[in-house]
Design a protein around this ligand. Structure first.
Ligand code: SAM
Length: 311
């Protein structure tokens, strides 16, 4: 990935720790400086509790491009606002999964879930704890295992690594090819440079063939210089980790997600830091359908019309 060339690489754990601490505070109390104002369709907001709406840390609205019946995965779901909007758009035949690494955010979203379900009339949203760059690993399952098997020595460490691999393989939090639409609102920039390539690979892995990613994020008018990248605190403000706009667009194709379309682009920058403009961008990109020659009778429909013939 281009962000790794010639720039210091912040360790993913350092970045994740700083980001999780900021958003834990952002779950407990509203942090206006984390907010980039977004207008959502008011008809979806009535069902969502105020404490969720007040903690809007998004920068776009990927839910506008969802359809009834779809299975949606929201990366970095925060207080759950996009998931609760998506729940209404996809309807009772659809399904929504929110993934976030910050326990306080998950608690906020899970607290709101029954009330949203009551107001909407169906309950099709669930929230899971994990890293968006490692969507196979369910961190709540891993924590449960760790409590029962505390690591005290190298043998324990080895057992932990084995359990981590077993969970990814046998009980993946988000299985391969299982999602119609991956959405995300202002989160991809928060992932460390050393983990961004894996993040885009995970988008591709979890999407079904023909599925799409609809991503809102902050992008920069120039590559973010080393002195801004080196400050872990600036990551949480969606500045340090923002990719240069061209690099952001190319990262989708590099991961095998094709046909990128720009759905919305802030003409005015959200912020200007050190002469660099940071603005909101929403794009869609597609995982290619199964090639016609590889499609069997029971495969999903392909661009060429093959597959999908089992009644
Ligand atoms: C800017 S907020 C956006 C929240 C939500 N999408 C919204 O629109 O309000 C970022 C969220 O992503 C989560 N997050 C950041 N990096 C993450 C990662 N690597 N894996 C999982 N969650 C992450 C944070 O805990 C926080 O809840």
């Amino acid at each position: 990935m281009e962000t790794r060339q010639g720039l210091p690489d912040l360790a993913p754990e350092t970045v994740a720790g700083a980001v999780a601490a900021t958003y834990a505070a952002g779950a407990r109390a509203v942090q206006p400086e984390l907010c980039c104002p977004v207008e959502y369709d008011p008809k979806w907001l009535a069902a969502i509790p105020a404490e969720v709406l007040e903690r809007d840390y998004g920068c776009g609205d990927p839910s506008r491009w969802l359809r009834p019946g779809e299975t949606v995965l929201d990366l970095g779901s925060g207080g759950g606002k996009i998931c609760f909007i998506a729940s209404q758009v996809v309807g009772p035949e659809g399904r929504v999964i929110g993934v976030d690494m910050t326990p306080d955010m998950l608690e906020l979203a899970r607290r709101a879930r029954p009330e949203v379900a009551r107001r909407v009339g169906w309950d099709n949203v669930e929230f899971r704890r994990g890293r968006i760059e490692d969507l196979a690993l369910d961190l709540e399952k891993l924590e449960e295992w760790l409590i029962a098997h505390p690591v005290r020595d190298l043998a324990g460490y080895s057992a932990l690594l084995a359990e981590t691999e077993r969970l990814r393989r046998e009980e993946p939090m988000v299985p391969d090819d299982s999602i119609d639409v991956v959405v995300s609102n202002c989160v991809l920039n928060l992932v460390a440079p050393g983990a961004k390539e894996r993040l885009f690979a995970e988008l591709h892995r979890v999407l079904r063939p023909g599925g799409r990613a609809v991503i809102s994020d902050i992008v920069a008018s120039q590559p973010v210089p080393a002195e801004l990248q080196r400050d872990p605190e600036l990551w949480s403000g969606c500045i340090s980790g923002a990719l240069e706009e061209g690099a952001f667009r190319r990262a989708f194709a590099a991961a095998g997600l094709d046909g990128l379309r720009v759905l919305a682009r802030g003409e005015e920058p959200w912020r200007v830091v050190a002469g660099i403009e940071f603005r909101s961008l929403t794009v869609a990109a597609w995982k290619p359908p199964v090639p016609v020659e590889a499609a069997s009778c029971c495969a999903p429909p392909t661009a060429g019309g093959g597959g999908g013939c089992c009644g």
